[in-house]
Design a protein around this ligand. Structure first.
Ligand SMILES: [Zn+2]
Ligand SMILES: [Zn+2]
Length: 695
């Protein structure tokens, strides 16, 4: 499983580690000031072309093609469709590049209009809000200097240097009001291309050394400014058309951040915020935030003694306490049972391997930044593994394989270690040690569709068990033009596997979005997004089709004609990692786990000391059925005992008094639901055994 990072086209005001490669905007724009000769010729040749053919063809996502005047903008096109649509357009994807909706389109192009409903639309909206915040900040703090101001998963931030001045929560409210005032001015975000000299002069005069440093890293000819109202920023864009779209803003947090993430540099103030096109959306978001705080896995995990971290062990390496241990055992039991039924074989492999294996797998040098540094033993370097795949490939390769052995499905709850930057670590969601619900399926091309379908069915089965009702699969495919460069040059295999994946997901009615040009080097992939019951999104896992690794490892099988062929590999991890999935489950259930998963299932609460003996008898009986049970034999009042069990979120409480003792019964109380009445002991036992079984 690979945890996906959120990428969005490059901004000058983005920190470099957030930049993706596919961000160069190819659409020519009008320039101010001096025009470098290459651009002059470019525009001249465009005009010439223009002369011959003044219309351009725009292809819409549904395949429809319409003709427009040369130089038309995405916003103009939206208006030609409907005013209502135009009011929603934030950005545009022109030939797969995200650009301002106001930029002229000068060639035949594919066009996708981006709104708030699109990830890129939101990111552009939030990034534009960062500029708006900067404008507001500058009005309060003259001479303020700006670092980077990118969008993040939920909102945006800007790193600023306030000099000696401090900023308080109260100030944030003041800045929000100012932002609303500025937004209401409907100022356009105006793009202006500038020369390096011009850019340097502007920010040197302004005295902003951070922008000067950033400009110095850029090439002449690729520098642009964006201006709204009285504020100008160095930025590659893109931006939303105007500030009027921003209807609601909340500044959420003040933190410290080193310039460029390097602790040798000066510490700047990082201001976080989030914004929305409607006040109601902000209200809903704040409500969700409030509910999420209550359900925060770090808070509940600590209260329920599920996991802990310790300084001597190291950051990002969770220690599972006995209650967490139970949950892990139960999840593994579910995973193993499900996989056994689906024809998987279980394997066990070590946590480390020699350098030579990771050179073969390509982890070294490409993935080295995410791995722990090597340890040296007898002159050989060993690495902690970041993935389990290479070990499994070696098991595949340990004996000669024939087509009769396939599909071979190797499963392992494999523990991996990844070097995540300390600033990125977050509870169980981003960790350095993780255990993956891993498996690799080795199959022939003919078997692929069936195998992929079975993997999907497994996901759906799990979603049902955990009551996950909202999920989306993000299907990343290749760009045929980039075969041999960004993608393995195996066009037929790409087409075949992508068609099959698409078919399986369509037939199974699985909601998915297809994203072209985001596949892995060695095959298409599917990122699985799930939503918790309160509507928070989590990235669960990635499924990957792989034609590269089998080649690198020289894996083969003998086909029916006794000829060697290369198998396909499917990487899959439907339950993700224990860390992330349990983090998700804690929030999803708010710690009120279903009986089979709950660390403690039953609390026996004798009313008085004279009932303890009968309570012990019930205890032994439940224990025999491997029910996780406790007796509260303290001398507390029954009301207190009930409250304690409720706090511990134990699903069932059995209250034992004189009557229950005489009649061999129990009074059942369900957590969060209250009194369920009396039941014969035997009746309760069979009910709980049923509920406690692995689904
Ligand atoms: Zn910007
Ligand atoms: Zn794998």
């Amino acid at each position: 499983m690979i945890l996906i990072q959120y990428f969005f086209p490059t901004y000058n005001s983005y920190p470099p580690y957030l930049r993706s490669e596919k961000s160069r905007e190819g659409v020519p724009v009008q320039k101010s000031g001096q025009m470098p000769p290459q651009n002059f010729f470019f525009l001249a040749s465009l005009c010439e072309k223009n002369f011959i053919m003044s219309k351009i063809k725009i292809t819409f996502p549904d395949g429809n093609i319409r003709e427009y005047e040369h130089g038309v903008s995405a916003l103009d096109i939206a208006k030609s469709i409907s005013e209502g649509l135009a009011r929603k357009v934030l950005l545009a994807k022109v030939n797969d590049k995200v650009v301002d909706a106001t930029r002229p389109i000068n060639e035949d192009a594919s066009l996708m209009l981006l709104t708030w409903d699109d990830k890129e639309g939101k990111a552009g909206f939030w990034h534009s809000s960062a500029h708006l915040m900067a404008e507001a900040l500058e009005s309060f703090y003259p001479g303020i200097k700006f670092g980077y101001g990118p969008p993040v998963e939920n909102g945006f931030y800007y790193d600023v240097d306030l000099g000696d001045r401090k900023i308080s929560d109260e100030d944030l409210r003041k800045i929000e009001v100012k932002m609303a005032e500025l937004a209401a001015k409907n100022n356009s975000y105006i793009r202006k291309e500038v020369s390096k000299a011009e850019a340097l002069k502007y920010f040197s005069d302004k005295g902003d050394e951070y922008k000067v440093e950033t400009i110095n890293e850029l090439n002449d000819g690729e520098i642009s400014f964006y201006q709204q109202g009285n504020f100008t920023d160095l930025c590659r864009g893109p931006h939303i058309p105007n500030t009027g779209f921003i209807k609601a803003v909340k500044l959420t947090n003040i933190a410290g951040a080193y310039w460029k993430g390097d602790e040798k540099n000066k510490q700047l103030t990082r201001l976080y915020g989030i914004s929305f096109p409607k006040q109601k959306e902000l209200d809903d978001y704040l409500k969700l935030l409030e509910e999420s705080k209550k359900r925060d896995h770090r808070k509940i995990g600590k209260e329920m003694e599920i996991f802990t971290f310790d300084d001597d062990v190291g950051p990002g390496m969770p220690l599972w306490m006995p209650n967490g241990g139970v949950m892990i055992e139960q999840l593994e039991a579910l995973g193993k049972k499900t996989e056994e039924e689906a024809g998987y074989s279980r394997v066990r492999t070590p946590h480390i391997a020699k350098e030579s294996m990771y050179i073969k797998s390509g982890h070294l040098p490409y993935y080295q930044d995410s791995m722990y540094p090597p340890m040296e033993l007898e002159g050989v370097k060993y690495y902690l593994r970041a993935m389990n795949c290479p070990h499994h490939h070696k098991i595949y390769d340990a004996v000669p394989r024939s087509y009769k052995d396939l599909p071979l499905r190797l499963a392992e709850y494999g523990m991996c270690y990844r070097y995540e930057q300390s600033g990125e670590l977050f509870g169980l969601m981003r960790v350095r040690s993780l255990t993956i619900n891993d498996a690799h399926i080795y199959c022939t091309e003919e078997q692929f569709e069936q195998e992929f379908k079975a993997v999907n069915d497994m996901y759906l089965r799990y979603f049902k068990i955990f009551g996950i009702e909202k999920y989306v699969m993000r299907f990343s495919t290749h760009e045929p033009k980039k075969l041999g460069q960004k993608y393995l040059d195996m066009p037929e295999l790409w087409k075949k596997t992508e068609d099959m994946v698409r078919k399986v997901m369509t037939e199974a009615n699985i909601p998915f979005v297809e994203v072209i040009d985001e596949a892995a080097f060695y095959g298409p992939k599917i990122d699985v997004q799930i939503w918790s019951i309160i509507g928070r999104e989590f990235t669960l896992a990635t499924n990957q089709v792989d034609f590269g690794q089998p080649l690198r490892f020289g894996l083969t099988y003998n086909n029916k004609n006794n000829q060697p062929e290369t198998p396909l590999v499917i990487h899959r991890a439907p339950l993700g990692t224990h860390e992330r999935f349990i983090g998700f489950l804690i929030e999803h259930y708010a710690g009120n786990f279903p009986v089979w998963l709950a660390p403690k299932q039953v609390a026996i609460l004798p009313i008085a000391d004279r009932h303890v003996e009968y309570a012990q008898k019930i205890y032994s009986q439940l224990k025999q059925h491997r029910i996780r049970v406790d007796v509260d034999d303290t001398s507390e009042k029954i009301g207190k005992k009930i409250r304690d069990a409720e706090v511990k979120k134990i699903p069932y409480m059995l209250i034992i008094g004189d009557k229950e003792q005489q009649e061999e019964k129990v009074s059942v109380r369900k957590h969060g639901e209250g009194d369920k009445g009396q039941m014969a002991m035997s009746e309760f036992v069979s009910a709980i055994v049923n509920e406690a079984a692995i689904p």
